[in-house]
Ligand binder design. Structure first.
Ligand code: ATP
Ligand code: MG
Length: 506
């Protein structure tokens, strides 16, 4: 591609609302463009190209693992979500609308119902199972606080996969296969990541794992053991139980629990005074959709006491139960090996769930088993935030000048700069390298613009193609520079040898 023909509106200006490196550089590098600052983005040619490259890696590994790609209708009839019972539950993130005939629709934030509907119409027998179907398609979630650019958009690209099985064991086999497949995807994309145990959130089901891209800017806190493999999102993390004695000071936290159809309930949580309440665990303990802070202090009717206090506390309430509601703290002992747990930050880039029959049962997605009996299919579901991955790659790979794309995500393999477009020898060498490498399948960007050298090198730094060739003044002495973007390392090379060097490298 010739830079002179490329739409890549790079800029020196940091967008007002941007604090994260990935947000700043994806906009400044001309990859994406904000649409009115509300979690909506246009992908410009280079952003689209990177998205396609990431998508291709995801597709390649999934297809190799035997998954099949489909494309589901983006607009979902609300009736399907009524069948699963999620229409009420999902809350305000769900965008609902009516068509001209007054029928209700939603924009899919996730597609369990749609995929179950597809399968229940076409799969009838155990002989057709197992199946793993996926799509790489838009999702819409009316996030309360869209922010950080592609990290938390309202419209975003997700790979969502769903597997269907004749037995629980077979679903476990597929779950393990997806874990391995996801590891291959994240490794190929050049990411440093960790697979952790997770809470299952609004999707439901039991047993889920998240793929966390490690970054200080990540919104998730993950608890890791330095001595063994244990890692978990703080929402699901457990440590070796602590023992408390009878005079342990106990605190009580009051919250308002939110349920379906606008119902609410005041709930109380009791735990040792030194321990923090973990909101997600607390929410799960009272089967609520959400918990919000609450000033009201009423009689204690519903009380959940931290499991560590069982047999110790003497609290009274009409309805009292014990559950793990405490946040694991740094230096707590690992449940597996006793190691001192530490916190680290991560970006949730993927999430895989063991679902069971939670959707197949209400939606009647049944099959005839070997004995001719009709039973619901056992399901798994597997997501990757494809557009969020672009942000994750840049969070891990940037410096104070701009992006540094990894090999499989880079918009080009090589970025050639002709420093002075009026210098015939520079132009001739640039054109020769460009045409020859291009004919050999190397994806080359040739900066042939009538611009000064300064903006050209700044664009190289900002855009982050992993390698570059600088054809400048030194060509008069028979020299050019080969540049490695990571570290901005420049090596002088003979202009006679540069072509064969590049042919060997790519
Ligand atoms: P989060 O906790 O970050 O809100 P989630 O747990 O709601 O995410 P899932 O339902 O597990 O998300 O969706 C699968 C994947 O989609 C996530 O692992 C994440 O990578 C991506 N994703 C979710 N929400 C967004 C968003 N608003 N913008 C971009 N990607 C997203
Ligand atoms: Mg998730």
């Amino acid at each position: 591609m010739r830079f002179s023909r490329l739409l890549v509106p790079t800029s020196k200006e940091t967008p007002n609302d941007a604090t994260l490196a990935s947000h700043i550089y994806l906009i400044r590098g001309g990859f994406i463009q904000s649409v009115g600052g509300s979690g909506l983005y246009n992908f410009l040619p280079l952003g689209k190209k990177i998205l396609d490259k990431v998508r291709a890696v995801v597709k390649d590994e999934l297809d190799k693992a035997g998954c099949q790609e489909v494309a589901l209708s983006f607009v979902t009839p609300a009736t399907l979500w009524e069948e699963s019972g999620r229409l009420e539950k999902y809350g305000k993130e769900l965008l609902r609308f009516k068509d001209r005939k007054n029928n209700d629709f939603i924009l899919g934030p996730t597609h369990e119902e749609m995929m179950v509907n597809l399968v229940r119409q076409s799969v009838k027998s155990y002989k057709q199972l197992p199946l793993n179907l996926y799509q790489i398609n838009l999702k819409f979630r009316d996030e309360i606080r869209p922010r950080f650019g592609l990290m938390r958009g309202r419209e975003f690209l997700m790979k969502d996969g769903y597997s269907f099985h004749a037995s629980e064991e077979d679903m476990h086999r597929e779950f393990a296969l997806m874990e391995e497949t996801y590891k291959k995807i994240f490794t190929r994309l050049g990411l440093e990541f960790r697979v952790v145990e997770a809470d299952s959130g609004a999707i439901g089901g039991s047993g889920s794992k998240e793929f966390m891209v490690l970054a200080d800017s990540g919104e998730d806190t993950i608890v890791v053991c330095p001595d063994c493999e244990y890692g978990a999102n703080i929402e699901a993390a457990v440590a070796k139980p602590k023992s408390y004695d009878a005079d342990t000071e106990i605190k009580i936290i009051t919250m308002k629990a939110l349920y379906d159809e606008g119902e609410t309930k005041i709930v109380h949580f009791a735990l040792p005074v030194s321990i923090e309440l973990q909101d997600v665990k607390a929410c799960n303990a009272v089967n609520a959709n959400d918990l919000v802070e609450c000033e009201e202090s009423t009689d204690i009717q519903t009380l959940v006491v931290d499991a560590a206090l069982e047999g110790i506390d003497s609290l009274n309430a009409q309805e009292k139960s014990y559950a793990d509601i405490s946040a694991v703290q740094e230096n707590d002992a690992c449940i597996h090996c006793g190691g001192a747990l530490t916190y680290t930050k991560g970006i949730e880039a993927g999430h895989i769930f063991q679902l069971g029959t939670q959707y197949s049962e209400p939606l009647g997605c049944n099959f005839l088993d070997e004995n001719g009996k009709s039973v619901p299919m056992v399901m798994g579901t597997y997501g990757i935030g494809v557009s969020r991955l672009l942000a994750g790659i840049i969070e891990q790979n940037h410096d104070d000048k701009g992006c540094i794309w990894t090999k499989e995500s880079a918009p080009f393999d090589l970025h050639i700069i002709i420093s002075n477009i009026k210098d015939e020898a520079q132009v001739a060498l640039g054109e020769k390298l460009y045409e020859t490498l291009k004919s050999k399948g190397v994806d080359v960007l040739l900066d042939d613009r009538k611009e000064r050298f300064g903006p050209k090198i700044k664009d190289f730094e900002l855009m982050g193609v992993p390698y570059g060739v600088l054809i400048g003044k030194k060509l008069a002495d028979g020299m050019v520079e080969f540049m490695t973007r990571d570290g901005m390392i420049k090596e002088e090379m003979s202009s006679e040898e540069i072509l064969s060097f590049l042919e060997g490298k790519f």
